[in-house]
Structure formats: C-alpha cells, structure tokens
Design a protein around this ligand. Structure first.
Ligand code: NRN
Length: 416
C-alpha cells in the first residue's frame, strides 16, 4: 500500500491521465505492442520522477508490459495529487503528495525502494544517490537505471568519474528526441505557463531575463520573445552567449540585467545565479522564477535574509518586502516553476521523452546485467525510431535516400 494525499481525487486524476494518453501516441503505441507479450513480466521497477498525468501514462505502460512498479515524486512540489490518487486506485505502489517536507521526500524514496528493484528510473538522481549512500543493500539486485534530466546526468557522470557508480545508467536526457524537444519546447512553454499561472503578468513589453542558454534557456528565450517580451540572456559559456546574440537576444552580465529585468527565469543547472547583490538593485515588483531542477539557482536564503518580511500574495507566489520598501516576487519557493506552479511540459513532448524511457528500460531489462557501471547514451537507431513513430502519429511522411545518394554520402570519389 502506498501513501498519497487524498484517494477521493482518483476520478479527477483518471480523467487527466486519459487526456494525456490521447496526446501521447508514441508511448501508447509502444504500450500496445508490448502489453500482449508482457515483455517486462516480473521486472521490478522503482521510479523517482514527477508524478504528473504524463508520468502516469509511462507508469501504466510499464505495468501493461508486465512490470511491477513502485513510484515516488522527484520534487516536493511537483506531485499532482489527483494523478497520484488515480495511480494508487489502479494498484500502483505510490508514495507521493504535493508539499513534502525534506524528511517526507526521502521517506517516500525509501518506501519506493522496498520493492527491491531490478531497474531504477530517476529524474535528478535523488533515488540513485539514496541507493548508493544510504541503502547499498539494494545494489546487488539492481541491474541498471535511467536518468531523465540534465542535472541528474551531471550528478551521475560525476559519480562515475569518481568510480562511485555501482550500476549502468542510460542517459535518457541526452537523446536528441528528448533534449531537443522536451528541454527546448517543453520547458520553453511550461516554465512560462508556470510564471503566468502564478502571476497572470503580461509578457509583452517586459524585460525578461533568461539565465542560461542551453536547450531550456533557448526554448524559454524564444517563447518569451513570441509573447512580445524584450529578452535578455545571461551566460557564463562564451559559445552559448554568442549563439544567443546571433539569435537576436541581448546578452549581458547579471549585474547589469538585474537593474532592468521585470521577469527573471533561471535555467542554468548551476547554483547562486541570482543572489543578494542582484536583489539589491532590482526594480520594485520584479518577478523571480527558476526552471532548473533544484531550488538553488535563485538564492532563497539571500532573499529571506535581506527582506524585512514576506507573505504569500497568490498561490505559488511569495512577496518579499525589502528594507527600502521594494517588493520582489518569488515563484514556487524557487523550485522548478513549470512543475510546481503549472503541470509541467505538455503531453505531446513528454511522449517522446517517455518513449525513450520505456525503450531504455526494455534494453536494460535484457542487457543491464552485462553492462559495466557507467553512463550510456541512447543508440542513434532508438532516437530515429522515436522520431519516425512521432512523425507517423502526426501524419508526416519524409523522403528516403536513393541507393545513389547513400553511395555518394559514404564515398569520397565524386568531387567538383
Ligand atoms: N509533465 C511532465 N511530466 C514533465 N514536464 C517536465 N518534466 C516532466 N516529467 C513528467 C521533466 C522533464 O523531462 C522534468 C525534468 O527536469 C525534465 O527533464
């Protein structure tokens, strides 16, 4: 039996899951082709990934393929309680509710591990971290795992570099059909969705400061521009900064941007991106949001220390009043605003991310035990398979290389 907030929300959650299923054709197609032969029969999976309507479709796809699944959320604020209730009612061992304390958060992970997993699925690597540091007793049975997001990959690569990683991990985030779509179009839309739900602020005519011009920042800058904002990008990577400038965005140091920004959204994967020195010069009414995985990019502790008081002025929106009377608005406690103040990425883009999760789990169920502990990329063939299935679901056909073209591309004899 799992632990959720309110079982009576199950019907609402089930309708949200059915909505998501109708917009995740690739994953539903994989469910269809693997549920008859029960490809994952008897495979125990422990998952730590945002409990959203899209994740529920993935969880129920694992179950349809015969797997035994236990699940928890990977962020204290991102669980959709009605979805958790629907999964619980469907017999999934789920430990998740919105508004977890740090102790409850790690308790949920520990309960999820009690299934004794053969495979783990992570977003941000908190479950992998917990297994390696607090529950090594599970390691002897675990044959592999997957990681959904950029920050988690960084953590796991660091573990592998130090020789600390004890089982193979597939870097789902690095699949092109994940990061070039989920991170760009998903974050681009859902983080702005979170800012709008928490503020209903007008983007047109505003100075929107995007920190980080990686996949997520690129999507955010483009979507903010689409809403009529004047977009300013801050970066530490000269190549990404140059790309932002060539895309037509203003690029400057945060010390300058903090003086003119109206809305700040960080997507760097780093810490202390917006701190007290920046708060000190910000305009009255500036809005602060984070789109990164952990709540370390906007320094909440700095804000708490310099403010003379704060109040929740709207759901997921806390107004901090500074000593000189200026007010700054922190969204979703500085946690990832797309999942904490909205519903995360749209189903259409999670369709491809989770198709990669499903196919990677299938691969690890077969081969994990033969792989050494390291981080593994998605094979190109899988990326192309996901893209082809998505195109097909959109009714889009593309050209194929002729024999001559294949020969030309693989030869060097033909020149001017
Ligand atoms: N709707 C969602 N369901 C969702 N939106 C974004 N993510 C979601 N997971 C489940 C994750 C993306 O794949 C958050 C991760 O940080 C990102 O990689």
């Amino acid at each position: 039996m799992g632990k959720i907030r309110d079982p009576s929300l199950a019907d609402s959650g089930r309708k949200k899951i059915e909505w998501a299923e109708s917009r995740m054709p690739v994953l539903m197609r994989l469910r269809k082709s693997h549920s008859s032969e029960k490809t994952l029969s008897g495979v125990r999976i422990a998952g730590c990934l945002h409990v959203t309507k899209e994740t529920a479709v993935l969880v129920e796809t694992f179950k349809a393929a015969g797997a035994e699944v236990s699940w928890c959320g990977c962020n204290p604020l991102s669980t959709q309680d009605d979805v958790a209730a629907a999964l619980d009612a469907a017999g999934v061992e789920i430990f998740a509710w919105r508004g977890l304390s740090p102790e409850e958060y790690y308790w949920c992970i520990e309960q999820t591990l009690k299934i004794g997993p053969k495979l783990t699925l992570d977003d941000g690597a908190d479950l992998i971290f917990t297994v390696h540091t607090k529950h090594p007793e599970y390691l002897s049975h675990i044959e592999g795992g997957t990681e959904e997001t950029t920050t988690g990959i960084h953590r796991i690569r660091s573990m592998a570099k130090e020789g600390k990683l004890r089982y193979p991990i597939v870097a789902v985030n690095d699949a092109e059909t994940k990061s070039d779509f989920d991170n760009v179009y998903g974050t681009g839309q859902s983080a702005i969705d979170g800012v709008i739900r928490a503020t209903n602020v007008l983007f047109a005519g505003k100075n929107v400061v995007i920190s980080g011009f990686g996949h997520c920042g690129r999507g955010l800058a483009s979507r903010a521009r689409g809403l009529g904002a004047n977009v300013i990008v801050t970066e530490v990577d000269p190549i990404k900064a140059l790309k932002a400038r060539m895309e037509g965005f203003e690029v400057m140091k945060m010390s300058e941007a903090s003086r003119i920004g109206d809305i700040f959204i960080s997507a760097t994967g780093c810490k202390d991106v917006i701190t007290k020195d920046h708060f000190a010069v910000m305009k009255d009414g500036a809005i602060l949001a984070n789109a990164g995985h952990f709540n370390v990019e906007v320094s909440v502790s700095d804000l708490e220390n310099i403010a003379r008081g704060s109040r929740e002025i709207r759901p997921d929106n806390r107004e901090y009043t500074l000593q000189d009377g200026r007010r700054l608005y922190l969204l979703a406690e500085g946690r990832l605003v797309n999942l904490a103040a909205a519903e995360g990425h749209p189903s259409e883009v999670m369709d491809m991310s989770f198709a990669n999760q499903f196919l990677s789990i299938l691969r690890l169920a077969k081969e994990g035990k033969n792989l050494k502990p390291d981080v593994y990329e998605i094979p190109r063939s899988q990326d192309e398979q996901v893209a082809r299935l998505k195109l097909e679901s959109m009714g889009i056909s593309i050209d194929e290389l002729t024999k001559e073209q294949q020969h030309y591309l693989s030869s060097w004899g033909e020149g001017t």
